[in-house]
Design a protein around this ligand. Sequence first.
Ligand code: LLP
Length: 439
Amino acid sequence: TPAVQLEQVQFDFIKDSPTNELEKTSGCAEDDDNRSATPMYIYSQAQLYRNIQSYKDAIQSVGMSGRMHIFYAVKANPNLHLMNLVRKQNCGAVTVSGYELKAALHTGFVPEMILLNGNGKQMWEIHLALKNGCMLNVDSFFDAENIISVARQLQKTARVLIRVNPGLEQSSTPVHSYLSTALKNSKFGIPLHQFDQVLELLKAENFIQVVGLHCHVGSTIRDASIYSSVTRILLDIRQKLITQGYTHLKYLDVGGGLGIDYFHGTNQGQSPLSSTSDLMESIAYCLPPDVEVIIEPGRSLVANTGILVTKVLGNKKSSDGGKNFVVVDAAMNDLIRPSFYQAYHHVLPVRKYITCKGTYEIVGPICESGDFLAVDRCLSQEPVKDDLMAIMDVGAYGMAMASNYNMRARATEVLVDGNKFKVIRRRENFESLIKTMTD
Ligand code: LLP
């Protein structure tokens, strides 16, 4: 069971709880219409700590302690409680919106260890970052102009990293096209041929200090060798800048993107997955001693800390009899990755299954044929009404990408720590959904 797989003790409470026990956990007010406990995101604190420790160990083993900084990519999961746990492990944060930045500040991340990234930063977001002493990425010529303008207005030096787009071929980052960010046709970063132009602009400005270079090639990367190429590209540019008199180039930020084992060993034709040690080795081997590295993991820190527990509402067959649908109470609004990226998430029963039964489509109640959580999935027993199922590895880009489509309330989030658990986000309700509308 997922209980056993993740944290035996932690998940016992779901396994053994009758639904009303779970309902007490759901974080709903007593008078809510929808007091169901599911769908419910459950995170394991121990797994989160293990993931962070694996990065720290890998950093230490390549002799980069103190010179390699983990900046958590908040977009993966912006739950304040989880952010706080990450912060307490001495990580920084990389943010992509004013509110992510506010959340990072609110949680107590050290401002100097917060980076505001983004290809469409607004003036108020730049203002917020500068006022608080956070670093910013320069993503384009207009972004440089905007940062300069706010820095002048505040009379404050902006510490910036220049985000480089090295114009890679799709074949060099074999990930879903939506998850590639450093290709010739990507919207992110400054293409190499425009680099000098942006540099000229920044160089002439007193309120700008270029403190580093940044490149994020994409997400769900399985082969860490791409990070060696990125490091070398950034080091070459750095060398060029040094010869032009730049003296503050402390950081190389190689982005995030390391994949995780979504397939749970079922492989599905995937290439081998690099470890955090492979990642660190491919970055560290060519580094001069005066360089500090920032890495921006999101998924590899939080994805496997989370499961989405959903309840079976019923079973039906397609009219041609070819498909067995299991209709569950979670839907694409709770977890969009399967519909949006055809992403695979392992599904496990919360209660024990006995014999092999067949192939199922696990679908939600949303009015879209694309509302599925798993397709063609072989399950060992037909899940029936009120069975609980766990959709695995949803700690990253699960709740973070949830929506209110079909006017569905977003799920509860629960954190499990040993044999204790805590609601870290209450389920939304009708009142919270209509709060911002006028009738
Ligand atoms: N740094 C930058 C500049 C990024 O754009 C991203 C992710 C990260 C770091 C963190 O990447 P990670 O380590 O989590 O792969 N919604 C998609 C993922 C989009 C990632 C966007 N950028 C998904 O569900 O797979």
